[in-house]
Every structure is written in structure tokens, then in C-alpha cells.
Design a protein around this ligand. Structure first.
Ligand code: ZN
Length: 276
């Protein structure tokens, strides 16, 4: 671990240990969010495409506009990875892998994932996650986080974890109740924003059909995925007036999806074909 990383590691231990007794305040959560964001950017390959990022941001803003006010300035950023994953950092830092855009069948599914992650932030699950730990456990876990996020792949492998993805998964290790709450939040937020909440269900089903050894954050193991899909379906069935809600956005999603494939080199443009 270089001196720079080691100093940051010590700072994080102090910050997180100081939150061991009570849930972080909004201000405390904001104070750790920048370090979290820097760590993610040091260890993940970010996807820098203004058009795609604006598109994801527009979905996030639409969802956020469905509830009155927020304590945080939300930010939606993209990680270049075919792995299907998304996670919430402190104070509204939401990260979405391009794999979500590649695998989703429509904008409603992407909105479902984003709404779920916003739910974790709004309900203060990230803050509670730190506060729930005992000081010793926090020290140990921060060491793992530091080794994986801050130390990069080499130290990450030394701890038996796989780089920043494992760290983000740790930071998003929510309880069963948290996941249910985030799903319920997402369903209502989607309805209020004009998206059909079935997108959440169909994306879960797509994920189930994928052979994956490590379920992504929004499909983490509690409760079991099948049960979770059932409970989400029941919640949706209790909602009224869903007929006019949208899954699609007049072809915009498909254009964005193709742009991601082209940018990631997963598809080449034929001669005479338009480049979006
Ligand atoms: Zn979740």
C-alpha cells in the first residue's frame, strides 16, 4: 500500500469508527461521500460518454422528481463493465454498470434498478450500514474495504476478494428488511414517476436466467430471489391505475444501448450505417 493510500486508509478508519454508535447524520454521510467516490474511480473503469450518462441521469432525475425534496445532491455515474451491477454510495452517489444498460430490455427495467438504489439512499440504509457495526468489526471491515477499493487488485486478491466490486458489495450489504424496503420504495417511486413497475420484475427475471456466481447488489441473497420476485409482484398488484405507465421511450433506450455496445467495442459499425 503506498503512503497516499495508507493515509487515506487511516482517515477512513477514523471516519467510520466515529459513526459506530448512532446512524450518521446527513452531514456526516456527505463528508464521506467524496472519499467513497474517489475510491470507486481509482478502482473501476468509468464509462465516459456524455450522451449515455445524460440519459441515465434523466431517468434518475425523473424518479427523484416524484418525491418532494431530498437531503442529498444525487449523482448517477457509469462504470464500464459487462457485469450486471449497480450500487449506492453515501449521500446519493449512485453507480451503474454499463452491463445493466446492455442487458435491460427497456427503459422501465433501467428505471427499476435506479429506483431501487435511490431507495437505499433515501431510507438511509448506507448510513445505517456503517452505524450498525461494532467498532472492532468496523476496523476489520474498513481494512478489507481499504485493501480492495483503495489498494487495488493486488491487495484485494491478497484478502481473497476481487477488487473494488467486492468492496462495493460490502458497502451495500443490506439486511433483508432493507432490500424489501428499497423494493417497496422503488415500486411507488416508479409509479409516481410514470414508469411501469413491472420493469423491476422483468429485470429480476432476466438476472435469474443469467448464470452468475455472484448475485449483483440488487439481487443479493436476502430474501431468496424467487421469494423476492413474488413479493414485488404482490406489491405491484396492490397498485391501481398502472395501465398508462410506460416501459419504453420511443426508441431512445435502443439508441443508447447500441451506443454503449459501439463504445465498448462489442459491435462494429457497418459501412453506410448511421453512428449514433
Ligand atoms: Zn438493494
Amino acid at each position: 500500500m503506498s503512503n497516499r493510500y495508507f493515509n487515506r486508509f487511516l482517515i477512513l478508519i477514523v471516519i467510520f469508527s466515529s459513526f459506530s454508535c448512532a446512524t450518521m447524520t446527513v452531514e456526516q454521510e456527505k463528508s464521506v461521500s467524496e472519499d467513497f467516490e474517489k475510491s470507486v474511480k481509482q478502482n473501476f473503469s468509468m464509462f465516459h460518454d456524455r450522451v449515455v450518462r445524460d440519459y441515465v441521469e434523466s431517468i434518475g432525475r425523473k424518479i427523484l422528481s416524484s418525491f418532494p425534496q431530498s437531503s442529498f445532491e444525487y449523482e448517477f455515474q457509469l462504470i464500464e463493465s459487462e457485469e450486471i451491477n449497480a450500487f449506492a454510495g453515501p449521500a446519493g452517489k449512485i453507480f451503474l454498470n454499463t452491463g445493466v444498460l446492455l442487458k435491460a430490455k427497456n427503459v422501465g427495467e433501467v428505471a427499476g434498478v435506479i429506483a431501487h438504489e435511490i431507495g437505499h439512499v433515501v431510507r438511509r440504509h448506507v448510513a445505517e450500514n456503517y452505524s450498525r457495526k461494532k467498532p472492532v468489526a468496523i476496523g476489520k471491515n474498513v481494512a478489507i474495504i481499504a485493501a480492495t477499493i483503495l489498494g487495488g487488485g493486488r491487495l484485494g486478491r491478497a484478502t481473497g476478494m476481487v477488487g473494488g466490486i467486492a468492496s462495493a458489495a460490502y458497502l451495500n450489504k443490506f439486511t433483508r428488511e432493507d432490500e424489501i424496503e428499497a423494493d417497496a420504495f422503488a415500486i411507488q417511486a416508479l409509479v409516481d414517476a410514470g414508469y411501469h413497475p413491472d420493469g423491476l420484475v422483468t429485470f429480476f427475471e432476466t438476472l435469474l436466467s443469467e448464470a452468475t456466481t455472484r448475485p449483483p447488489e440488487f439481487l443479493s441473497s436476502h430474501p431468496t430471489t424467487e421469494k423476492r420476485i413474488q413479493s414485488v409482484k404482490l406489491l405491484i398488484a396492490s397498485k391501481e391505475n398502472l395501465a398508462d405507465l410506460i416501459y419504453t421511450d420511443n426508441g431512445r433506450f435502443e439508441i443508447i444501448q447500441r451506443r454503449v455496445r459501439l463504445r465498448m467495442g462489442l459491435e462494429s459499425v457497418g459501412i453506410g450505417e448511421p453512428v449514433y
